[in-house]
Design a protein around this ligand. Structure first.
Ligand SMILES: Nc1ncnc2c1ncn2[C@@H]1O[C@H](COP(=O)(O)OP(=O)(O)O)[C@@H](O)[C@H]1O
Ligand SMILES: [Mg+2]
Length: 288
């Protein structure tokens, strides 16, 4: 399902003293099956933007198209249940939304609500508990007796259980340690590849954007500041730093190397292996 925003504004609490224009003139396309990262400072409008994809928020003006669903400012209701079956939304701290007595019931809640039989939903719960890195013994436990990391995995299994074709991840690794963050990101990357989902990741980490995304959208003050492939991180490194967005370590290192040694060009490397290979080549060339 392609997702297309056309000239979208979003205003919170319009015509009150608290009026806030959180999105201004957003036009963008997220191709079906792509992995898009949305990056920007706190308050730049990332969550507001992605909450338009499952109809949680409506545009104040403009149009949001998600596959065959169109949400237009001022238009009457659309079939939200149908849309939300297609768009899975992992909120920041998704574990706060667990509420059932057992892990199994929590995972089954979405699919049953969308009309799947209990039997089929239970089957999915059994599969998904493994996908998120836990074993079947967790299914009978109370979600409230688990660790924070385990609770988050259960909540994510609950979103995946509806087999969404679009997966919106709003800072899904917030609050996890670096190892937990890597595991979480690998889980989503594998799921994305295996199921050909359209994945939209909101993140603070340029490193994750560089590693996983085909398309990067940089938000600033309710507007799209930049949009492009990951080479954008190299081409616009200065601008991104000016916006206070931390560059991946490899990018910063290669940029400094280029300046210090007046190299004509450095490769667009995002991983440590590729960066070390480039340095090794440089040293070898110097010896020869
Ligand atoms: N429910 C709300 N009511 C009023 N203002 C809001 C609400 N949610 C967000 N905002 C404001 O809208 C702007 C964008 O917020 P948000 O989309 O949450 O940004 P981000 O996800 O990038 O941190 C911020 O200035 C924020 O304070
Ligand atoms: Mg947010």
């Amino acid at each position: 399902m392609d997702i297309v925003f056309s000239e979208v504004d979003h205003c919170y609490m319009p015509k009150t003293p608290f009026e806030k224009m959180a999105l201004k003139d957003i036009s963008l396309t997220i191709p079906s099956g792509s992995f898009t990262a949305i990056i920007g400072h706190t308050g730049s409008g990332k969550s507001t933007l992605v909450q338009h994809i499952n109809g949680l928020l409506k545009p104040t003006s403009g149009t949001v198209q998600v596959g065959s669903f169109t949400m237009k400012a001022g238009q009457k209701k659309i079939d939200l249940l149908h849309l939300r079956k297609k768009v899975g939304h992992v909120f920041q701290y998704p574990e706060h939304q667990l509420f059932e007595e057992t892990v199994e019931k929590d995972i089954c809640f979405g699919p049953v609500n969308f009309g799947l039989s209990k039997e089929h939903a239970t089957k999915r719960a059994k599969e998904l508990i493994k996908v998120v890195g836990l074993d079947a013994s967790f299914l009978d436990k109370s979600p409230f007796h688990l660790s924070g990391g385990q609770m988050r995995r259960v909540a994510i299994a609950g979103v995946l259980a509806s087999r969404p074709s679009v997966l919106v991840l709003d800072e899904p690794a917030a609050g996890l340690d670096p190892e937990g963050r890597d595991q979480m990101m690998e889980l989503f990357s594998t799921y994305h590849k295996d199921h050909n989902t359209t994945t939209i990741l909101v993140t603070h980490h340029m490193e994750d954007a560089a590693k996983y995304a085909d398309q990067i959208i940089v938000m600033h003050n309710g507007k799209i500041k930049m949009c492009g492939g990951r080479e954008l991180i190299f081409e616009e490194a200065k601008k991104l730093e000016e916006l206070g967005l931390g560059l991946p370590n490899t990018v910063r290192f290669l940029q400094e190397l280029k300046e210090k040694f007046r190299l004509t060009s450095v490769p667009n490397q995002f991983d440590v292996e590729g960066t070390s290979a480039f340095i090794a080549d440089l040293l070898r060339a110097k010896e020869e």
